[in-house]
Design a binder for this molecule. Structure first.
Ligand SMILES: CC(=O)CC(=O)O
Length: 675
């Protein structure tokens, strides 16, 4: 099972690890604890063997608090999710706004070209004004504040102002459909909703008022007090409040505040901060509640220790407010880092303009994903011919698997000393975890500090060092586990989602393999999308990595298992979407089969390779495999608001009658041959 590790090639190493913050932390622990941790591996072992690691991290990252904890870890409400740092009192927003100087906190960029900077002092002042208005209007600790907003300073201000009072913040991007928004917000019953009214995306001006009106009407029955309407992102024009029930403009809402000073409620470490949502492509999303302390401490671990972010850094993560990478981005303000908040399409007016922005803004850490990188490659763009990128030190890829060829291409396209890395963690733990170790093409570097990651087979046996793929599990708790699902009485759904397969052990839902030579990891796909022909478990990620070789003719691909009620076994279907100007042929299919057989194995070769016009994606740019697998296997799916292009799902229904489709194909090609 060595096929996925064809590279074993180091493409980047940390420069002088002894000078890194991570190593400084190791030395501090050695000094204060009287230990002799020699290197990262010793430090990692300590971090997962001894809960005092989290106390060390608390001290090292300088968490701001008013009451110290009495204990690191105690039994929680449910056995699998302990309570951390009981007795402590702190506030998330206070920790984010430690700096109130004149360095830039947020650079807000719209695809229209508008760029506005806000210093930490200005950000704090905006948060003060917003918090005063929220307090005057009755927001209390535990109340929910929801947003349907672009990636903008307003989103950050609302989130921090809510957190300063102890409210719980939840956001979606305005491109989410009405049903998607209601599926989320009807569950969490927000007191206030902040909403855009007019936005621009991919060059089009979009009137959001009709959507917002429907949302407000429906939320009235679940306790909505006010919907606060934001000015047009295009013109800055004040919105009309005539049509939307209980609406008030942002300026009027802010004017209702009483100018009181900003105060930070001192709350338990486990006080809820954010509600995020599982993808839920075919059913209502789960409302995942994250604690303020967990997000803060684990987030600071990554930005401070791993990325060594400081006020000299600029972090640009391409994301909307509907993805956990937004929460992760905002968290780096706690390191004094400048963040770039980009609103719009990265392809507007073109990729070149977007890339120049990354360079012009002096971005040091650029967060993106395989789809964007493939597009840059596919368009034949050479980034360094566009701009110098002289500040860039790190390209962070997430959201999907970055294949080995794409790792290498990215590295070569920018510079050999740029750290190209793939991170994973996701919505469930609201983290993008990674260690600081050498990078091998195609692999996640290793286990993040504090994460006791193992790989289990279906019987719960640890198979991590066998080179066999299995379930990614975490066998010790850590502070950024979700504290509950909103409205999940008795924590039944929470348990069923993460702790039922291996009782008491966190199952992340990823199918993963460890490279015994490098100790790096390759995520092969989501566990419920695992391909299982003749009982052999394979990941779609393996197939995608071979598909990279065909990127000149293939625009995109989707690989799923098919097993209809009448089938004895599962078979692999590979759907291929051709680039414009290229047509699918049996010859191409045969080349793909040969490539898969040679680089993976005969078992990986799809039973059918089929042309398709479109591949379904979530609004967060994740390929939708599970719903397609269900459709081709005979189930009917009602797409949720999370699906960005629901019409694409329709294209797959006919493949449950695969034999008929193939028969028609044959007839078609015979007719074409005769003609
Ligand atoms: C960090 C991540 O894991 C991001 C994601 O894929 O949702």
């Amino acid at each position: 099972m060595d096929a996925q590790f064809t590279h074993n090639k180091v493409i980047w190493r940390p420069r002088d690890p002894s000078r890194s913050r991570m190593d400084c932390f190791r030395r501090v622990i050695n000094r204060t604890r009287g230990l002799q941790l020699k290197d990262f591996h010793d430090l990692h072992k300590y971090s997962v063997d001894d809960y005092r690691f989290w106390e060390d991290l608390w001290a090292y990252t300088g968490i701001v608090y008013t009451v110290p904890p009495t204990k690191i870890i105690t039994e929680g409400r449910i056995r699998e999710v302990p309570e951390w740092f009981s007795g402590a009192r702190l506030n998330y927003a206070e920790n984010m706004l430690r700096s109130d100087g004149d360095s830039i906190a947020c650079t807000c960029v719209r695809e229209t070209g508008q760029i506005v900077h806000y210093t930490f002092r200005q950000l704090k002042s905006l948060v003060r004004e917003m918090a005063a208005a929220l307090r005057v209007n009755g927001l209390q600790a535990g109340d929910r504040v929801a947003a349907v907003v672009t990636n903008s300073v307003t989103a950050v201000v609302v989130a921090f102002a809510t957190a300063s009072i102890g409210g719980i913040f939840s956001s979606t991007a305005p491109d989410m459909g009405v049903q998607g928004i209601l599926d989320r917000y009807k569950q969490i019953q927000p007191k206030f909703v902040f909403a855009e009214t007019e936005i621009v995306y991919a060059g089009k001006t979009i009137d959001v008022i009709p959507k917002v009106t429907q949302v407000a009407k429906e939320l009235l029955s679940v306790g909505l007090q006010n919907i606060i309407l934001l000015p047009s992102t295009k013109t800055g024009k004040e919105p009309s409040t005539a049509y939307v029930p209980r609406s008030i403009s942002l300026s009027a809402f802010l004017a209702s505040g009483d100018g009181r000073p900003l105060t930070f409620e001192q709350l338990p470490f486990s006080h809820p901060l954010y509600i995020l949502y599982s993808s839920g492509t075919s059913g209502p999303p789960k409302c995942i509640v994250h604690s303020a302390g967990g997000i803060l401490l684990n987030g600071l671990k990554d930005c401070s220790l791993v990325y060594s972010m400081t006020s000299d850094d600029t972090y640009f993560q391409y994301t909307t407010t509907g993805w956990m990478m937004w929460n992760s981005l905002v968290n780096t303000l706690g390191c004094g880092t400048r963040i770039v908040l980009y609103d719009g399409s990265p392809f507007q007016p073109d990729v070149e303009t977007f890339l120049k922005l990354v360079s012009d803004q002096g971005v040091t850490i650029f967060g993106t994903g395989p789809r964007f990188l493939s597009e840059v490659k596919g368009q034949g763009i050479e980034p360094l011919k566009l701009a110098p990128f002289d500040s860039l030190r790190c390209i962070l890829s997430t959201g999907a698997i970055l294949t080995a060829p794409m790792f290498e291409w990215t590295q070569q396209a920018w510079a050999p000393d740029v750290w190209v890395l793939s991170v994973s963690g996701g919505t469930d733990i609201c983290q993008a975890c990674v260690p600081m170790l050498p990078v091998h093409a195609g692999e996640i570097q290793g286990k993040s500090l504090g994460m006791k990651v193992e790989i289990f087979d279906p019987d719960g046996k640890n198979i991590e060092d066998t080179g066999e793929p299995g379930e990614l599990v975490c066998t010790r708790p850590h502070p950024s586990l979700p504290i509950c699902f909103w409205g999940d009485k008795g924590d039944k759904k929470l348990r069923a989602s993460y702790f039922d397969t291996y009782p008491g052990v966190w199952r992340q839902g990823d199918f993963i393999v460890k490279n015994p030579k490098t100790q790096g990891f390759v995520i092969l796909g989501r566990s419920d999308g695992v391909l299982n022909p003749s009982g052999v478990r394979l990941g779609s990620g393996e197939i995608y990595s071979v598909m990279e070789w065909f990127s000149d003719v293939l625009d995109d691909t989707l690989c799923v298992g098919q097993r209809r009620p009448e089938d004895k076994d599962e078979r692999i279907l590979l759907f291929v979407k051709m680039r414009p100007g290229h047509t699918f042929s049996e010859d191409l299919a045969e080349k793909i089969r040969v490539a898969i057989r040679q680089s993976l194995s005969a078992r990986h070769v799809p039973a059918y390779i089929l042309p398709i016009e479109d591949i379904p994606y979530t609004v967060n740019n994740k390929k939708i495999e599970i719903a397609v697998k269900q459709i081709v296997s005979g189930s009917n799916i009602k797409p949720s608001g999370t699906v960005a292009n629901p019409q694409a799902l329709q294209l797959y229904y006919k493949f449950r009658y695969l034999e008929k489709v193939l028969e028609e194909h044959k007839k078609d090609s015979k007719t074409k041959a005769k003609l």
